[in-house]
Design a protein around this ligand. Structure first.
Ligand code: CU
Length: 283
């Protein structure tokens, strides 16, 4: 996509007039794929690698940008009116919304600067958008349940391990019975504590029947907690608050075997005998 919304500049084409001189700041934010920025039918006058005026290329019709690579491209709009397709020529991404239109018209109303900020929505509009969402894939927090399937454990499970890898908790949602011990292990290998807490994580409950915060965990360190109060616990990692996960604790099921069951059945039997005897006396 371009600037935060798929097909954004198809829905609202970027307007220009024949002969306008246009400058585009292009940044491939990644995180993984390469992008080739191209406008069908346009020849650059100049392209500046990473935006530095000394890194100037003359001419050309595309720029190749790896993740985080950036270019400033400048061109003169041709004399013909019409639509020019703006694409990432890695065409798999075009299908996913990285396509736009530069619409050239003699009487176009032209904005001096088109800013990159994505669209803004009112809270009502946002609520409607969220209603339409059926599937959320999120790297650092639970998505919808078909994506991040809750890991459910019964009362026979004494300990559940949650691994911390790549700034994420796995499984992101666990469903356990009260009295179960949860053990978090930091499996991120690279630990760097200066300035930025890379590879250092912890567990901090932000909402739930009880709140606790673990110490910071370095590589291979772990933290354990026994959940004794049923309910839902939302937790994060304090240095990386975007890391989110959930522990759901169910109450212990009533166990109908053993001495308690024996006692309950004797009581029930006694009550039944008593009721029958009283009924007989009344007759
Ligand atoms: Cu963290």
């Amino acid at each position: 996509m371009f600037n935060g919304e798929i097909f954004r500049y198809v829905k609202e084409p970027i307007m220009a007039r024949p002969g306008d001189y246009v400058r585009i700041y292009f940044l491939n934010v990644g995180p993984n794929l390469i992008s080739t920025f191209h406008i069908v039918g346009i020849i650059w006058d100049f392209a500046y690698w990473q935006g530095h005026p000394d890194n100037v290329f003359v001419g050309g019709q595309s720029v190749l940008a790896g993740p985080t690579d950036s270019w400033v491209v400048e061109f003169r709009v041709p004399p013909e009116e019409g639509d020019y397709a703006i694409v990432s020529h890695a065409f798999g991404t075009t299908d996913r919304g990285a396509v736009g239109i530069l619409r050239v018209k003699k009487d176009a109303r032209v904005e001096p600067i088109i800013k990159a900020e994505g669209p803004t929505y009112t809270s009502d509009e946002m609520a409607n958008i969220k209603k339409e969402v059926i599937r959320v894939v999120a790297p650092f927090e639970p998505g919808t349940e078909d994506v991040d399937v809750p890991a459910v454990f019964n009362e026979k499970t004494k300990e559940v391990v949650v691994r911390i890898k790549g700034n994420s908790f796995y499984p992101k949602v666990i469903d356990i019975v009260e009295g179960t011990k949860v053990k978090w292990i930091n499996e991120d290998v690279f630990t760097y504590a200066q300035g930025e807490f890379a590879g250092i994580h912890n567990v901090q409950v932000v909402k739930g029947p009880e709140q606790f915060t673990s110490p910071l965990l370095l590589h291979a360190q772990s933290y354990e907690h026994v959940f004794t109060k049923p309910g839902e616990y939302d937790y994060i990692c304090t240095p990386h608050p975007y890391m989110k996960a959930i522990v759901r604790v169910r109450p212990k099921p009533i166990n109908l075997s053993g001495p308690i069951a024996m006692f309950l059945s004797i009581v029930a039997l006694a009550v039944a005998v008593f009721v029958i005897m009283t009924n007989n006396k009344r007759r």
